[in-house]
Design a protein. Structure first.
Ligand code: RB5
Length: 147
């Protein structure tokens, strides 16, 4: 069973708690990197420890939630080893696993309702990477500075 790093800022706090309840229902192990209320915080402070946990292999993948998902994804993608996808539809949440081998899903609590967010989480967690022709592309993504 996958271990999931999860974090949010104030904009994503309530959504994160609902997603955690869903993860618990599904029996996933998770590590909650905050924040812990709707009081205003800075999303990089929460994106970083969760992303590092994934990059270091302490967690298998991550879920990051802010108002738009964008701030979280900007931060996560600056951590070496992270492939974060900011999604607001189920097709993208599935395809980013199949083609991009994304290891962090980001979304915005002010963009997506809980039903859509839950479906995206399930697709992200349940869809395998296709490999094959995508392996070489992921290799390039992870070494983009050498191209
Ligand atoms: C916080 O107001 C908001 O800027 C943040 O949650 C996020 O949307 C940033 O990308």
């Amino acid at each position: 069973m996958k271990k999931i790093a999860i974090a949010c800022d104030h904009g994503g706090y309530e959504m994160k708690m609902a997603i955690i309840a869903h993860l618990e229902e599904r029996g996933f192990e998770y590590c909650d990197f905050g924040c812990s209320s709707t009081a205003s915080v800075d999303y990089p402070d929460y994106a970083l420890p969760a992303s590092l946990a994934v990059a270091r292999g302490e967690c298998d993948c991550g879920i990051l939630i802010c108002g738009t998902g964008i701030g979280m994804s900007l931060c996560a993608n600056k951590v070496k080893g992270i492939r974060a996808a900011c999604c607001s539809d189920t097709f993208s949440a599935r395809m980013t696993r199949m083609h991009n081998d994304a290891n962090v899903l980001c979304f915005g609590a002010r963009v997506c309702g809980l039903g859509l967010a839950t479906d995206m989480v399930d697709l992200f967690l349940d869809t395998p990477f296709e490999g094959a022709r995508h392996n070489a592309r992921i290799e390039k993504v992870m070494n983009i500075e050498k191209l």
